[in-house]
Design a protein around this ligand. Sequence first.
Ligand SMILES: [Zn+2]
Length: 468
Amino acid sequence: MKNFLDENFLLNNKTAEQLYHDFAKQMPVIDYHCHQLPDQIANDHQFENLTQVWLYGDHYKWRAMRANGVNERFITGDATDFEKFEAWAATVPYTLRNPLYHWTHLELQRYFDVYDILDSTTAKKIYDECTAKLQTPEYSVKNLLRKMNVKVVCTTDDPIDSLEHHQKIKADGFEIKILPAYRPDKAMNVDDAASFNAYVTKVETASGISVTSYSTYLDALKNRHDFFAEMGGSVSDHGLEQIYAEDYTEAEVNAAFDKIRSGSELSQEENLKFKSAMLHTFAIWDHARGWVQQYHLGALRNNNARMLGKLGPDTGWDSIGDFSQSRALSKFMNRLDSTDQLAKTIIYNLNPADNELMATMIGNFNDGSVAGKVQFGSGWWFLDQKDGMTRQLNALSNMGLLSKFVGMLTDSRSFLSYPRHEYFRRLLCNMFGEEIENGEMPNNIEWVGKVIQDICYNNANEYFGWKM
Ligand SMILES: [Zn+2]
């Protein structure tokens, strides 16, 4: 029997161990999509205790605590930081087989050298030990990133964001690239006239451009896109239920814009045409700048209206949806490809039933300009676990080229989440190691090791063009 989470965790044979320890482990990390807060990096924030860094923004843990029957007071309420930690510690033993059990103990090991199992009996000792460490300079946010050998972090930012924190980070000369990503979800969300119009006002302020028509609205958003590029940005990101690719005319979109600006709600048809036009336009801008565009598809968000009202979005009330993806995705990319304006694209599905669909969709638009031009993104959110990652890797292997995959990202809100890259790498090495040992792959450790290093780091480095 192996020891829990020992150095050969998830590595189930000698070849897998060799691939991980001699090839994968040493590679730096490119975190090309996450939700870290740039102000915490700019200010090299120091967390006061383990609850702040671990539990303040992590709705994965909140959901587990709720499932364990913990009262909301100890999750997002007014309980003290230690009381919240105790509630989490009491929940951990019940998270067996949930990825949280692995993440939690990997994070304790890698950041804090803590090898105890977290439960109610060890809570106080672990909290005190980690909290004391967090208060030392070695555990500032910048040092947490350095500790994990991170080279690039792409945050997720709204077009109206001033990017002042990115500016400060740049001015201070931090050696890790912290780049903004343009995420215009709100800019195309015309489901509610009042919120859309409030948002347009903010776009006007951010861009200094007065919005009097659809075309001036695009000018203002393009101005922000240019600004993101000036700040070193070269990726965009979209969180959508599905791709919008309806047919529309310029006149229809202009009219829909004027209608919602006058305060009237759009019909379903107008709404979809408008979103389709916006999405196409953003994609054209991304292509013109040589950016990488990412589409996170398939979340059914804010299912609990009562809790949405109390806590707002992104607090743990979302699930996997069953939206139809293939036709619109195909039409969307085909429209761009037909005018040679399809940017490098990464598509992520939240519904695992769409794995094979995605793995085959990405093969439709390669054009010889770059390896793996359209990528099937890593297992994301609910699929960011052993089974989900394995299934994504298998679908990609079966129907595309795993060797050209740009690999893992954290998609996280926590600076302690970088061991997820390690977890991914261990799974990957185990997969290759097993097939070498089974005689399904030649025992050419140098070549397989190189392919693994490509997936861990080199492919992303090449694909995103950061050339480090
Ligand atoms: Zn994300």
